[in-house]
Each structure stands twice: as C-alpha cells, then as structure tokens.
Design a protein around this ligand. Structure first.
Ligand code: HEM
Length: 430
C-alpha cells in the first residue's frame, strides 16, 4: 500500500501508540477503491464505488467528490467528501448518530507535536470518510461502511497560543450564567475536539476508536458525549428532529448555504488560518423528563410557543409559518407567551447561528431515574456577537428553564477545510 511521505515520516518518527506491528499487518484492502489503487485518489474511490466509471450523485463528471454533497447513495456506502473550503459536518444534513470527543494536550505540546497530530488525523479522517481503513486499521471492514461519516475537527483556546498566533476573542469559555448554569467540570472546555457523525453507530464507534488510537500519546481523552437523532424516515428528510420533550427542534435556521453563509463561515475579517472555518458552542443541557411528565400539553406548548404535534407556531398552522410575536388573544395577552422559548431565543441580524442538536439518554447516575437531555451544538463565525446575546436573554427569562439545566459548556474553533495536499490546520501550523 502506497503512503504519502508526510504520514510515513510521522509514523516512523515514533508516534506513541502506533505499534510497528500495526504498520506491517495492515495490508488488507478495505474497499474496492483500495483494490483499484493502493493510494486511491478521491476520484478512484468514487469510480470504484459506482462501478464502471459513471459519475454518481455528488461527484463531478470526472468522479471527483463535490464539496457539500453526499456521494454515491446506497445503504451504508454513501460518503461525504473530506476536502474542500469547509470541513464537513456543519452545514450538511445531520446524520443520526454523533460522538463529540474532547481531548487534552499534554504539557510540553509544541507546534511540531500539533503538526504531527494534524498530519495523522488528516490522513485518518480522509481515509475513514472515503471508506478506507486507517493505516493501522485492524477492522477495515468496519471502515468500509462509511454511512455518510463526517469527522469535524475543532480546537480550543490553548491551540492558537501553542501555534504562536493570536487567539480569537470569542475562543474562550462562555461567561457564566449563574441563574441557569449548573456546570460540571466533567463536560468542560477541551483543547481539541472531534465531532464524529454518521448514519451508523458502529461507524461512529469505529472512527472514534481509530482516531483515538492513532493519536497515541499526543492527546488524552477528556470526555466523550454521545447523541442521537431520529434515524428513520418517519420524519421526512429536511424536517428537523424531535428532542426528548417531543418537540420539533431545529426549525428556524439561517440559510447556511445561501444568503446567511457569512454568519456561519469565517471570511476575510478573520485571520488567514481561520478563513473558511467556523465556531462550535457545545452545551450539554439536562432535560428533566420526570418534571416534564407532570406538565399538561397546554403548558408545554406555551413554554415553547409552538405546537407539539406539527411544530407550527401557536399563531400559525404550518411548521414553517413565521411566529407572530405581536398577535394577542381576546383578553389582550400575547398568544406566544412573554417568556416562551421562541420569543426569547428569536434573534435578528447577526444574533443568529446554525443549530445541530442531538439528544442524549445515558444511564441514570446516583439514584436518579433519568439522565437525558440535549447536546446543543451551535455554529457561527463569532459566538460573542451571535450566540452570547441570545444565551443571555434565555438565562434572564425562558419558560423552558423550568425543565432544562446546562451542565456542560465548551467553545471550539472549527478549522477550515483541508485543500488538496493540505493537512487540517495547514495555515495555523505553517
Ligand atoms: C434543552 C434545551 C433546549 C430545547 C429543548 C430547545 C428547544 C427548542 C425548540 C423546540 C424550538 C422551536 C423550533 C425551532 O425553531 O427549532 C427552539 C427554537 C430556538 N432555540 Fe432552542 N432549545 C433549547 C436550548 C436552546 C439554547 C441554549 C439556545 C441558544 C442559546 C436556543 C436557541 C434557539 C433559537 C435561536 C431558536 C429559534 C427561535 C426563533 O424562532 O427564531 N435553544 N428551541
């Protein structure tokens, strides 16, 4: 199997955890792409998957994956392109399963160590997303089920400093919101983040394990947060998920691929190494399902300002109707409560961001009966200007706070995508 020199150099330099045995034993091809060419290009992969040379959906005429589209539909083998201006896993349709994995960098990590980490992970992620096992993959058959895998890499506030560049003002833990926060250090700020999403939980687990293994001693796992959305088509494609309160969630969104792209992706205002990147605010929010059980349907709908069945605003009939925040009932009261979540969360202008929430439902702890909630993931170019004002409003007043409690919080810079021949963080680590 042919390897690009940088990856070989990194491995031969003795990266911890990558046993020599792994290097020699992994000779099996994981997909037809590997059979066709040990150092398969993206075009090779696309072609091998579609059979005799025909361009698939999501590929250009020459078979090269097109950024932002799913290539080669089919159970288990659909995959998303890795290379492009932006990383995958932000503005594309959320896959049903996620693992957010945060890492700590050991003391003494320098720019060279960061470069080695990014070199290894870039290679691994590209391989995994295209259905090839990683270099030391002992189970390449698992990697062959791409299941629209995306691995999105983020960095915490320590990394720019270690790389010798200025840290963005927004790349810092959020301010405290004492009226609502009950933060547990267990889910706190990390140095590096991998957001791993796929249609298959096995694919997520496999990618997670390969990436942790290949990083060796360069990182320590700090926490892993697993989440899910509805995997079945009962909710038609394009319609957002239902969270564990049963609410349709994720309806009002910026047009991330259209007029609002500049709200999500950093442009010329950002330093060179961030252009094409984004930010992720990840809040772990516990949802008290037992208390929610005791609320009647009217109270539940008032709390959010939308109907539970259709997700339509209380002032409309269709999911996509715009909530009328001025509408009043016969007694002159607002039909959407003063403290309803959608009223308090509604932002105009720059106070908007892309939400990509996942539910979690973990084993209850210490005598509790439920341990459920939302992995609230929000992406934007500048959380200080876009996210924090909204979060502040919600902390001041939001009926939903009766049932929800933020217990984890972290902010990451999502690096720009890797262009041809580049590693993730190329311009940061140049
Ligand atoms: C467990 C916690 C939360 C739950 C269950 C929840 C649920 C919902 C639901 C059901 C909607 C209405 C449908 C939609 O447009 O998606 C909504 C809207 C929204 N939520 Fe949340 N949410 C939570 C936390 C948050 C947080 C922490 C923020 C931001 C700080 C936020 C920001 C928004 C925004 C911006 C909207 C759209 C408002 C509009 O109509 O313009 N939510 N949320």
């Amino acid at each position: 199997m042919r390897e690009t020199p940088p990856r070989r150099a990194v491995i031969l330099s003795g990266l911890g955890g990558m046993a020599a045995a792994g290097l020699t034993s992994v000779t099996a091809c994981s997909t037809q792409a590997d059979v066709a060419d040990g150092a398969a290009t993206s075009a090779d992969v696309a072609q091998a998957r579609t059979g005799a040379g025909g361009a698939a959906s999501g590929t250009s005429a020459d078979g090269t994956p097109v950024a932002g589209k799913v290539c080669v539909p089919g159970p288990g083998t659909a995959y998303r392109p890795f290379r492009g201006e932006h990383q995958a896993g932000v503005d594309d349709e959320p896959q049903p399963y996620v693992a957010f994995v945060a890492f700590t960098l050991p003391d003494g990590t320098d720019k060279e160590a960061l470069r080695r980490l990014m070199t290894v992970w870039t290679d691994d992620i590209e391989r995994l997303m295209s259905g090839r096992g990683t270099l030391t993959d002992q189970e390449p058959e698992l990697a062959a089920v791409t299941a629209r895998l995306t691995v999105t890499l983020g960095i915490g506030p320590r990394v720019p400093a270690l790389a010798g560049v200025q840290v963005q003002a927004w790349l810092a833990p959020l301010p405290a919101f004492p009226s609502i926060d009950r933060l547990d250090d267990r889910w706190g700020q990390g140095d590096v983040l991998l957001q791993i999403c796929a249609d298959s939980p096995t694919t997520v687990a496999h990618a997670q394990r390969r990436l942790i293994t290949s990083a060796g001693e360069l990182v320590t796992v700090q926490w892993i947060q697993r989440g899910f959305r509805e995997p079945f088509s009962g909710i038609p494609s394009g319609v957002p998920m239902r969270n564990l309160f049963g609410q349709v969630d994720g309806t009002v969104q910026p047009d991330a691929r259209g007029v609002d792209a500049s709200l999500i992706w950093a442009g010329n205002e950002a330093p060179d190494w961030m252009r094409g990147g984004s930010s992720l605010v990840l809040r772990r929010i516990a949802m008290d399902l037992e208390k929610w059980d005791r609320a009647d349907r009217l109270s539940r709908e008032n709390a959010i300002g939308r109907r539970l069945d259709s997700g339509a605003p209380l002032t409309g009939t269709d999911l996509n109707d715009t909530p009328d925040l001025d509408a009043v009932d016969a007694l002159g009261f607002h039909r959407i409560d003063e403290a309803a979540h959608v009223r308090r969360a509604h932002g105009s202008g720059v106070e908007r961001f892309l939400r990509r929430p996942y539910s979690y439902d973990d084993p209850p702890e210490s005598g509790a009966r439920v341990n459920s909630g939302l992995l609230f993931a929000a992406y934007c170019t500048d959380p200080v200007r876009q996210f924090i004002p909204v979060q502040r409003r919600l902390a001041e007043k939001d009926l939903l706070n009766l049932w929800t409690t933020p217990i984890g919080s972290a902010v990451f810079a999502i690096l720009p995508g890797a262009g041809d021949g580049e590693i993730l963080g190329q311009r940061l680590l140049a």
